[in-house]
Design a protein around this ligand. Structure first.
Ligand SMILES: *[C@@H]1O[C@H](CO)[C@@H](O)[C@H](O)[C@H]1NC(C)=O
Ligand SMILES: *[C@@H]1O[C@H](CO)[C@@H](O)[C@H](O)[C@H]1NC(C)=O
Ligand SMILES: *[C@@H]1O[C@H](CO)[C@@H](O)[C@H](O)[C@H]1NC(C)=O
Ligand SMILES: *[C@@H]1O[C@H](CO)[C@@H](O)[C@H](O)[C@H]1NC(C)=O
Length: 305
């Protein structure tokens, strides 16, 4: 299940990357960007959502047509947005690659613990506290996406062609960011699973009665810790990408500019979380080594959470 989730995340990231590439290529082919994007545009947006977007946009049209909501961004503005959005794919992929390395490190610590205890680390099952936290996060995200949808009803389905084209690129890049956050969650759960095993084994790896201990499977010791510049603490993973500031009169351009800036905030934030996660993984590995070295059968509770 976690394997599958991870695979899907990679597939999603690659597919989205391809779509952005092909969207960019197509635009190059037709110059003004007002031609044949519909297949690419529609993929990934659910029919239901489209209808909702359309409804929202119509309402807005009625209210705000006189404020310039009907005027598309200029070709020059469109090209400018394209120009500043295209390079953002690279730091997103870099964030993902950081997390793949952190995943290998989380595996390493987990395998050591599994070898010591002779049983699997349960990491993909949530504690009650985690469940509660995730439910709260979920609610927050739903609130945020309702807000986002409402905003997007302004810049979504009924968008004029050039604004819609840029909006689609933003949507694809945001989907790639979803894959980044998913992998971050997976790695952090592994870290949590290791901590949980340590904290809930107060009598050491072989328990209170080590003479009765039996391995529940074979768990070979990992041969060596992974080595990567990503795991070298002198290299920070935190990014400080600066958005280009630009003031627009056009309403769509203003909205796209705001979405562009929040995408950059999201990329920077993910990289900072990645950097923090690395520190927490190292700390957990330290607890793991301490735990593995303890004699079993003696109360030595380590609080690794
Ligand atoms: C971590 O372990 C899982 C399960 O064994 C494996 O599928 C995955 O590829 C590993 N991750 C890395 C980055 O080696
Ligand atoms: C031992 O492993 C089996 C599956 O391999 C699992 O169903 C069982 O719960 C494990 N027992 C313990 C005590 O972890
Ligand atoms: C731990 O690793 C060593 C070396 O790979 C191996 O000989 C041993 O059987 C492993 N222990 C378990 C419980 O799998
Ligand atoms: C870590 O990175 C620094 C600077 O990039 C380098 O000088 C150092 O040798 C690296 N350490 C290891 C253990 O690779």
């Amino acid at each position: 299940m976690p394997m599958l989730a991870k695979l899907m995340a990679v597939v999603a990231a690659v597919a989205v990357a391809d779509e952005v590439d092909s969207a960019l290529r197509r635009d190059d082919q037709c110059g003004s960007g007002e031609c044949g994007l519909s297949a690419v545009q529609l993929r990934g947006v659910k029919g239901e959502e489209l209808l909702e977007l359309e409804k929202g946009a119509k309402e807005v049209e009625g209210e705000e047509a006189h404020e310039g909501w009907l005027k598309d961004i200029t070709t020059k503005e469109k090209n400018h947005f394209k120009h500043i959005l295209a390079p953002l794919q690279k730091p997103i992929v870099t964030n993902y690659q950081y997390l793949v390395v952190l995943d290998s490190y989380a595996n390493y610590t987990m395998e050591k613990i599994e070898n010591a205890t002779g049983s699997e680390v349960v990491w993909n099952r949530k504690s009650l506290l985690q469940q509660a936290e995730e439910e709260m996060e979920q609610e927050e995200m739903e609130d945020a996406s309702t807000y986002g949808r409402r905003r997007r009803s302004v810049s979504g389905a009924d968008l004029p062609p050039r604004a819609r084209y840029i909006n689609k690129i933003l949507i694809y890049l945001n989907k790639e960011m979803d894959a980044v956050w998913n992998l971050n969650t997976i790695v952090d759960r592994k870290r949590w699973g290791v901590g949980n095993t340590i904290t809930s084994s107060p009598y050491g790896p072989h328990g209170e009665h080590p003479e009765r201990w039996r391995a529940n499977g074979t768990f070979p010791l990992p041969l060596a810790a992974p080595v990567s510049p990503v795991l070298n603490l002198t290299n920070t993973l935190t990014m400080h990408i600066k958005p280009e500031e630009h003031k627009y009169d056009n309403k769509y351009a203003q909205q796209l500019q705001a979405d562009y800036q929040s995408l950059i905030d999201n990329i920077n934030d993910a990289s900072k979380k990645c950097n923090d996660l690395r520190a927490r993984l190292f700390k957990m590995d330290w607890y793991a080594n301490k735990f593995i070295a303890l004699p079993s059968g003696v109360w030595n509770k380590i609080d690794a959470q």
